[in-house]
Design a protein around this ligand. Structure first.
Ligand code: F6P
Length: 545
């Protein structure tokens, strides 16, 4: 389905003209003043069927630089960019990842065995998904229940996931988010090829009771293979028995040939229609299922499945991922804002900004359209960043409130605290901060007359700075699954509007290739030709190592 150039899309042109003409007059404070119903009109509620307790999820997007006219134009833009058609194509297993000739079916990973078939090349893929989920369930029960033990007969107490990018960030983020749901071994994560990462984790685990999970879609990623080989060496130095490997190393991959070559017997498969950054729902989530138990892993899949159905069936104006996406397009591509902050007010979600950074920036950090044209006249994916509140408040919120840049932000919080140590009840302080920050960003402040004249400009807050609020009852596996899926579909809608392929990542290849060529130069086994700066750096290292 070929789309024309966004910059020539008549609706986009109208949005640009609208902003040019009315942008300076658009003041959220006036909009609230003039419309008592604004919160109601510009918010959505989803009733999440969470088995851990009924859970409404609120998206309040009333604190945005939009009015009804703009929203209508944005919804028109979604129509004119064929968002619904492309969504249906994705759900119908169309090969929408055109540069890799692959379907994009992370939604299939969240299905249940009896769901409507998803046929890829004439074959329903749900039975394969179910088979691997069953295999994961059995394995988790065996490890947690003590049937699968280490080489000396001891129960597995720790798992070390060795992977990077999508084979690390999702499971790592979720394991921390579901800390309070832990029923199995403690999950640790090693991603960086910097040996400090591996040695640090290894120093905290015991070989007899540790299971290594080698997580790599391709099983060729340099960092992961280097870490996996070193972990194997460390393990054998302690175990002194090659046959013990099979009890302590399992693999998660689409490349079962390479897994075998590496010498791992137990593997959990997934498929090329699962992008790395969309893979935590697949076998890549094994560390989650081991730490939190398979039941909780399934609840997380169910939360995402609920959003998959809602995204597919809700009209765009009531569609949470679509609304978030359209607001992002408004800021990025019409107003020219450069970044977007993710601000979870829950310590257990502290890795969510890093996770969404990969999900969003690797997906939509592109400047080539699906038909191969260069994008020069509108912004695509923003810089995604953030930190858990309230820590961020004491770091970068100064810029959010008074900087020269406008940074749209998503505030994310939970009405109830999952579980705290008895007697410790800070939650109302956390919630008060979560509510106060978007309020302050919008209302701003003109200092009262009592403030000294020379200080007045410094104590002035312009306000009118846009934010979303995503609020759910409690951070449960189901709610977390729903939240992540909302962002996945938001990214999809934006990529569709920008006409980029959100599912490839060619931009990471060049650096990888050059690093492979440079490494032997650092050991003196080869000599390359580089620009003056790169050559100078290499020579500096060779001189001082
Ligand atoms: O950074 C590029 C990338 O290909 C990501 O997309 C992926 O998540 C990561 O590397 C790890 O890849 P693999 O799972 O194949 O080791």
């Amino acid at each position: 389905m070929a789309l024309g150039d966004l910059s020539k899309d008549p609706v986009y042109v109208k949005l640009l003209a609208y902003w040019k003409e009315n942008g300076s007059k658009l003041d959220m404070r006036d909009l609230f003043q003039k419309d008592a119903e604004r919160f109601k009109k510009f918010s959505l509620e989803l009733e999440l069927p969470d088995p851990d307790g009924g859970s409404p999820l609120l998206l309040d997007y009333s604190k945005n630089l939009v009015n009804e006219e703009i929203l209508k134009l944005l919804l028109d833009l979604a129509k004119s960019r064929k968002v619904e058609e492309r969504r249906d194509e994705m759900y119908a297993a169309g090969r929408i990842n055109t540069t890799e000739n692959r379907a994009v079916l992370h939604i299939a990973l969240r299905t249940r065995a009896d769901d409507t078939p998803i046929n890829l090349d004439g074959k329903n893929i749900i039975p394969d998904v179910t088979r691997v989920l069953n295999q994961m369930e059995q394995f988790c029960n065996d490890v947690i229940g003590g049937k699968w033990v280490g080489y000396s007969g001891k129960k597995i107490t720790d798992v070390v996931n060795i992977g990077i990018g999508g084979s690390d960030l999702g499971p790592c983020m979720v394991c921390e988010a579901l800390t309070q749901y832990r029923v199995g071994p403690k999950a640790h994560f090693v991603s960086n090829v910097d040996e400090s990462h591996l040695t640090d984790v290894l120093s905290s685990v015991c070989p007899e009771t540790t299971l290594f999970i080698i997580a790599s879609k391709t099983f060729t990623t340099q960092e992961t293979i280097a870490n996996a080989q070193s972990a194997r060496k460390w393990f054998l130095e302690k175990a002194k028995d090659e046959s013990a490997i099979s009890k302590h190393f399992v693999a998660l991959s689409t490349n079962l040939v390479k897994v075998k070559e590496f010498g791992i017997e137990t593997s959990f498969e997934f498929w090329d229609y699962v992008g790395g950054r969309y893979s935590l729902w697949s076998a890549i989530g094994l560390s989650i299922a081991l730490q939190s138990g398979f039941t909780n892993f399934r609840k997380m899949l169910d939360g995402a499945r609920f959003i998959d159905q809602s995204f597919k069936s809700s009209p765009l104006e009531k569609n949470v991922p679509a609304i978030l996406a359209l607001l992002g397009v408004w800021y990025n591509s019409v107003l020219g804002y450069e970044s977007h902050a993710i601000l979870p007010y829950d310590q257990f979600l502290s890795k969510l900004p890093a996770y969404l950074q990969q999900a969003d920036m690797e997906s939509n950090g592109k400047s080539t359209t699906l038909s191969g044209a260069r994008i020069t006249d509108y912004n695509t994916g923003p810089v995604i960043w953030g930190q858990a509140g309230t820590n961020g408040q004491h770091a970068f919120y100064q810029l959010l409130h008074q900087g020269t840049r406008n940074v749209p932000a998503d505030f994310i919080g939970f009405v109830q605290k999952s579980e705290s140590v008895p007697g410790i009840t800070h939650h109302s302080i956390l919630l008060a901060n979560l509510i106060a920050q978007p309020e302050a960003l919008m209302i701003g402040r003109t200092p009262p007359d009592s403030v000294a004249q020379e200080l007045r400009p410094h104590k002035f807050f312009s306000g009118n700075r846009p934010t979303n609020m995503i609020l759910a009852r409690k951070l449960t596996p189901f709610t977390l699954g729903a939240l992540i899926a909302i962002y996945e579909h938001k990214i999809f809608v934006q990529g569709t509007i920008w006409n980029v392929n959100s599912f490839d990542q060619w931009g990471v290849e060049l650096g990888k290739e050059l690093a492979k060529a440079i490494e032997p130069e650092l050991t003196g086994t080869s000599k390359g030709t580089h620009d003056g700066s790169t050559q100078g750096i290499i020579e500096f290292i060779l001189k001082h190592k």
